[in-house]
Ligand binder design. Structure first.
Ligand code: GTP
Ligand code: MG
Length: 569
């Protein structure tokens, strides 16, 4: 303990006085009544946003076309079925061209699907979904129709690295650099539409047998932290009912027969259902490929790709807490406009420094990094603790999952006070690195429920209490050496930011100024793109043991934290 305290003090002594105060002083501001600003929040609750997006998907079809020149032709065709609200010309990296058409009514979309015919290529199973392709029109109707200009092509990928670099170089301040990064990398409207349409396809194709089915997106596709091209996390409910909700009998004397699976129940039954769904997606449903069944995980999932929307999907069938977790993160992002740019930067920083990887493994996940940032913002009183949101919850906020997990917290943000903390993004980012550079990860865990540090209830290198299921550690997968790497990089960046701020006062020396220095290669020719280190990679199936995603045999430390303390330049 004494040694740990010494290490902590050594780090602190080397920080300027202002930043030492930040590390110790804790919350500096109190909460006051929040004023709404259309810039910072949509005033749309999570449930309203989900309903709006699901409605949009029900009114939409995705039509593959030869090129943007097909727009006039398709517009003319669409008008036969009803009024079109909006059309997006969407292209993929593989040079496929699509028109995403949203009608005014879902009946029009349905009429358009019903008018389509089945392809000739056998042995494709005839299947009605909102994914269509348009044949070339060989019979030209002379004089009919006017040529409409095609909308500008949109894609679900983030801006090119050169463009991000250029705009970050041209920003006026460090805070603006952070905002620019967020704006150029966040998921666009079309990305959200494509994800909800993918969910709609699954729902539609199974709804004949299961009319109450719901495929609900969660995770970064809906929590407001999503990057362009991020994965689609889905929970499929065959019953389609809210937890605890009962089917209304509607007074009918007739009742459907149902399948009683007496031979297996609970988890085993979910696994059997998922096997069937995985087979169906793999062999029957157009557009889906690369199906992987990971059914022995704590939360069984099916992974696959959609070749038309280019979305990677993780489908589960028993993950209601993750839906409420997404709602909580959505609310945290809505409460203060600085939250999402800051989280976006922290994720980019972690990726650039090789701390995260697309494949899940022994390293910290984007989800844990998000919680780490939210915890820091709670300490700064920018965000309330979950405990506060629970305390302010009203009767309409009550939510309980089938397995008894209480997910009740305030949903209506108009009842919430506004933070008096007016620090800029640059100040908050500096504070973030300082705070965690000196954080005692060895003995303390993070609780977003209290918004305070907590003693670790179990031995593990990094402990972030799961806000919904409080006996679980969200970062249980993180190994000792990855925790050390995280600490080293946090300290490096804390030092570098100090240098960057000095430079800001004394005049910039290069075009790669400000926080770009935290993201660029040492020769500053572009963003760092760490190669995946194969020795750090593990097989996906090995990650999902029955005992959560922990690793029972942690490897020894690669290097001592103290030995890797950076030299001051
Ligand atoms: P990206 O996909 O990396 O953009 O972020 P994400 O937030 O979508 O993360 P991910 O796809 O890994 O997980 C999807 C959702 O599952 C998260 O938003 C969480 O709600 C939940 N989740 C992810 N990891 C964990 C975990 O370790 N424990 C728990 N309880 N939930 C998790
Ligand atoms: Mg995700």
């Amino acid at each position: 303990m004494a040694l740990r305290m010494f290490k902590f003090c050594t780090v602190l002594r080397s920080l300027p006085m202002r930043r030492q105060r930040q590390c110790f002083s804790g919350p500096l501001s109190i909460l006051a009544k929040r004023k709404f600003s259309s810039e910072t929040r949509s005033l749309q609750s999570f449930d309203e946003m989900i309903d709006m997006r699901r409605g949009q998907a029900q009114r939409s079809v995705l039509v593959q076309v030869y090129s943007g020149n097909s727009y006039s032709d398709l517009s003319e065709l669409c008008h036969e079925f009803g009024k079109v609200r909006e059309t997006f010309y969407y292209t993929t990296n593989e040079e496929l061209h699509f028109m995403l058409v949203e009608f005014e009514s879902k009946e029009s979309a349905r009429k358009m699907m019903d008018s389509a015919t089945f392809g000739q290529q056998m042995p494709a199973v005839p299947c009605v979904t909102p994914f269509l392709w348009m044949r070339a029109n060989n019979i030209k109707k002379a004089g009919k129709g006017t040529l409409c200009p095609c909308p500008e092509a949109v894609s679900d990928s983030e801006a090119k690295p050169e463009e991000i670099l250029h705009q970050m170089r041209s920003a006026q301040s460090i805070s603006q650099q952070i905002s620019v990064l967020r704006n150029l990398t966040k998921m666009a409207d079309v990305g959200t539409r494509l994800r909800f349409l993918t969910a709609r396809q699954l729902e539609m194709s199974l709804s004949g047998a299961f009319p109450l089915i719901k495929a609900l997106p969660f995770g970064s596709s809906v929590n407001g932290f999503g990057k362009a091209g991020c994965d689609l996390d889905l929970v499929l409910q065959l019953g389609g009912l809210e937890e605890g909700q009962e089917i209304k009998s509607q007074g009918s004397r007739l009742v459907y027969h149902g399948k009683n699976n007496q031979s297996c129940n609970g988890r085993a039954l979910v696994q059997r259902h998922m096997e069937v769904i995985a087979d169906f997606i793999q062999h029957m449903l157009p557009g889906f490929s690369k199906i992987q069944r990971i059914l022995h995980a704590r939360v069984p999932i099916i992974k696959f790709r959609h070749d038309l929307t280019m979305v990677e999907c993780d489908l589960s069938m028993t993950n209601m807490t993750a839906l409420y977790m997404s709602e909580l993160l959505y609310l945290m992002g809505e409460i203060d406009s600085r939250v999402r740019p800051l989280v976006c930067f922290v994720r980019k920083w972690a990726q650039s420094n090789g701390l995260t990887n697309q494949t899940p493994g022994r390293w910290i996940s984007n989800f844990s990094l998000t919680l780490l940032t939210i915890f820091y913002l709670q300490k700064k009183m920018v965000l309330p603790s979950l405990g506060t949101l629970i305390h302010l919850a009203g009767p309409n906020d009550k939510r309980m999952t089938a397995d008894g997990i209480n997910c009740t917290f305030l949903r209506d943000l108009s009842n919430l006070s506004i933070s008096k903390n007016e620090e800029t993004l640059a100040e908050l980012l500096t504070g973030f690195f300082d705070f965690y550079a000196g954080f005692d990860f060895a003995s303390k865990g993070l609780s977003l429920v209290s918004g305070k540090e907590m003693p670790k209830p179990e031995h593990c290198p990094l402990y972030i209490e799961n806000p919904m299921e409080r006996y679980l550690n969200v970062s249980k997968n993180v190994s000792p050496e990855e925790t050390v790497r995280l600490q080293v990089e946090l300290r490096n960046s804390s030092w570098l930011l100090e240098q960057i701020q000095d430079e800001e006062q004394n005049g910039r020396e290069s075009q790669n100024w400000g926080v770009l220095k935290l993201l660029l290669k040492s020769d500053t020719s572009g963003f760092k793109v760490p190669k995946p280190k194969t020795f750090r990679l593990v097989q996906v199936k090995d990650l999902f043991s029955e005992q959560e995603n922990g690793f029972s045999q942690p490897r020894p430390f690669l290097r001592d934290v103290n030995k890797s303390k950076p030299k001051r330049r």
